[in-house]
Design a protein around this ligand. Sequence first.
Ligand SMILES: NC(=O)c1ccc[n+]([C@@H]2O[C@H](COP(=O)([O-])OP(=O)(O)OC[C@H]3O[C@@H](n4cnc5c(N)ncnc54)[C@H](O)[C@@H]3O)[C@@H](O)[C@H]2O)c1
Ligand SMILES: O=C(O)C(=O)C[C@]1(C(=O)O)C=C[C@@H](O)C=C1
Length: 365
Amino acid sequence: MSEASASPVFDRAAIAGVGLIGGSVALGLRQRLLARHVIGYDASVEVLREAEALGVVDEVQTSPGEWLRGCDLVVLAAPMSALAPLARALAPWLSPGALVTDVGSVKAGIAAELEALGVRGFVPGHPMAGSERGGVTHAHAGLLENAVWVLTPTDHTPLTALSRARALVEGLGAAPVVMPPDAHDALVATVSHLPYLVSLALTHMVARDERLSLLAAGGFRDLTRVASGDPRMSRDMVVENRAALRDALARFRRQLERLEADLEQPGELLMAASEGKRTRDSLPVVRRSLLPPKHDLVVAVPDKPNQIGVVTQALGAAGLNIKDIEVLAIREEGGALRLGLESAEDVRRAAALLRAAGFEVRGRG
Ligand SMILES: NC(=O)c1ccc[n+]([C@@H]2O[C@H](COP(=O)([O-])OP(=O)(O)OC[C@H]3O[C@@H](n4cnc5c(N)ncnc54)[C@H](O)[C@@H]3O)[C@@H](O)[C@H]2O)c1
Ligand SMILES: O=C(O)C(=O)C[C@]1(C(=O)O)C=C[C@@H](O)C=C1
């Protein structure tokens, strides 16, 4: 059994923009018992109705107001172009002690905006995970699990806010990576924004030619998936990062020219192809190797004597080995434990056993 570690506990979390990413954060906060109460705020009342119906949030709000003062976590998860105006609308109501973070795809602009607004507890962030399918109906906590989540503090970001943001990301099952906003923007230009433009260029080449469309198979589909994302959001993302993207495009053109020249040199082309295979096969996202698979069970523990003992003894008696234990939350009305078990089957067995003993459990095999 490894040593227990303290995790962030948020009392009231506000998710501003309850779409694919905001909804996934809200679900992660709830399923992992990281926040006692999750409030959804969105520009669209239909989205809020849907979020409530799907059980993504505990409460919804249709405009900024007093309710925000009680929030110790605020996550800005609206489209890029709405982030700065949203931050300006929420700023007057934010508690000075709140951790405020965002999930936008480009960081330098929003980091400067929030600094100018004087939001001290702001830590810019960007989960490197997503989908071409937006909206709260596609949200799920697993989307963010095992993802790299970049945090881009500035010179003025308080260290306490950064460490709370790290703990939030880890609590959601992702891996925090810290770097300055400009460094992040330069990197995502190559690995996210350039691929988006390439997917557009390729789809434009087959547009309106039925024979090309007919023959487009898995390779074409995989290379162009991100072209199916929301056009306005994708446009805003690449325009916001255009300086870094121009540099990435220049390097991409040089790569294409070199490959074109290699068509006359099959030996060179074979070396390029072998290098490409080695690189792609070893990418963490391809090997799914970033974090080891987790078999976690979160157990809500009532505020009564010896409840941790009851849980661990019940599992021990059933021959279930607890490899890791973490206290996630201690609150007046009780707390929560994360138990790391050996397999998905162990999670199922432990969940059934603890449910039968009257505990509230949420598991992930
Ligand atoms: N989709 C991805 O793959 C991905 C990955 C990482 C980060 N991001 C970033 O996450 C953010 C959200 O993207 P998404 O894919 O979840 O989008 P989405 O369309 O699924 O959700 C956005 C939500 O924000 C709401 N909204 C719009 N304007 C608002 C405003 N002014 N105030 C409050 N709510 C508002 C919308 O109604 C919608 O519910 C973007 O900034 C994007 O750059 C997206
Ligand atoms: O569609 C996906 O799988 C994504 O992860 C989307 C993707 C990406 O380019 O990788 C797109 C934009 C976001 O800022 C982060 C992630």
